[in-house]
Design a protein around this ligand. Structure first.
Ligand SMILES: [Zn+2]
Ligand SMILES: [Zn+2]
Length: 281
């Protein structure tokens, strides 16, 4: 049976999702697909502006409008779907209090760790800057710290670091064990993120296509995450697992079942059967 919730969903406010797509249109798409619960977890605003990139996240004073709009949708669609509020956040040492403020005003925080501080206290962004092995280990350390502080409800794309790694070697395995060990210790679910599958198949070159799944399958080798080796390691731990669409675009929600099918093919039957999926949370 289909997972009846999705707790990873963005809005136009982040600046890199479909700008002409309203929050309500997303909600309608979730209802149409039969989802029972969803959370808006847009990229969080920063009280202290640390990430200087454009079109990455809403401004701090947009929070009120964002949360009020979710509240209105919550009431409007009560009985059809349960709507929650939230953010996708990154952990940085020194930001604990600010992150707790965001946690207190929402239902769900998911951790999408995209960066770390390097030895010179400069922000290093994964996918943009290359990480040394030492920095990659620090990346895992940050994810553990976030859980230790009780910040995230879910770890989004815990294998995101494979985006810029050529192969899954010793360091990559070490990072996987570190993240999975911490997830087990602090009992925080890990997300199998479906966004990179979307980007390499149905949304190739930023254009949505509806070619049959057999044709999409041919591009699966280009998918960086979910990473087969990471999830094989994860399957050896006592952890909970959820799928996350990481919705940014029109048409993405409707393809949920196809994404799950493709993700399961990447991970392989043996790993999928060992993973402990949550059906409701
Ligand atoms: Zn995004
Ligand atoms: Zn996301």
């Amino acid at each position: 049976m289909m997972q009846e919730f999705n707790y990873h969903s963005h809005t136009y406010r982040c600046g890199h999702a479909d700008l002409d797509m309203t929050d309500e249109e997303y909600v309608k798409a979730y209802i149409k697909m039969g989802f029972k619960r969803m959370a808006f977890t847009d990229h969080c605003p920063e009280k202290n502006k640390i990430d200087k990139r454009k079109d990455m996240r809403m401004e701090y004073d947009q929070r009120k409008e964002y949360l009020e709009n979710i509240q209105a949708l919550k009431q409007k669609y009560a009985g059809e779907i349960e709507i929650q509020s939230g953010y996708e956040v990154e952990y940085l040492p020194g930001e604990e209090e600010n992150l707790k403020e965001l946690k207190d005003e929402t239902d769900k925080l998911i951790l999408g760790q995209h960066f770390i501080y390097d030895d010179n206290q400069e922000l290093k962004i994964h996918g943009k800057d290359s990480f040394s092995d030492k920095e990659l280990l620090r990346y895992a350390e940050y994810i553990e710290q976030a859980m230790k502080c009780g910040i995230p409800d879910i770890i989004a794309h815990p294998d995101f670091y494979m985006l810029k790694r050529k192969e899954f070697g010793e360091i990559e395995a070490k990072v996987a064990h570190h993240i999975c060990q911490a997830a087990e210790k602090y009992n925080v679910p890990l997300e199998i993120n479906l966004n990179n599958i979307f980007a390499k198949t149905y949304y190739k070159y930023g254009i949505l296509n509806h070619k049959p799944i057999e044709k999409q399958r041919k591009n699966l080798e280009k998918v960086a995450y979910p990473c087969k080796e990471f999830w094989k390691i994860a399957s050896g731990y006592d952890i909970h697992v959820v799928y996350g669409i990481d919705t940014h675009y029109r048409g993405q929600i409707e393809l949920f079942n196809e994404f799950v099918e493709l993700a399961n093919e990447i991970l392989g039957k043996e790993t999928i059967e060992k993973l402990n999926f949550i059906n409701l949370m």
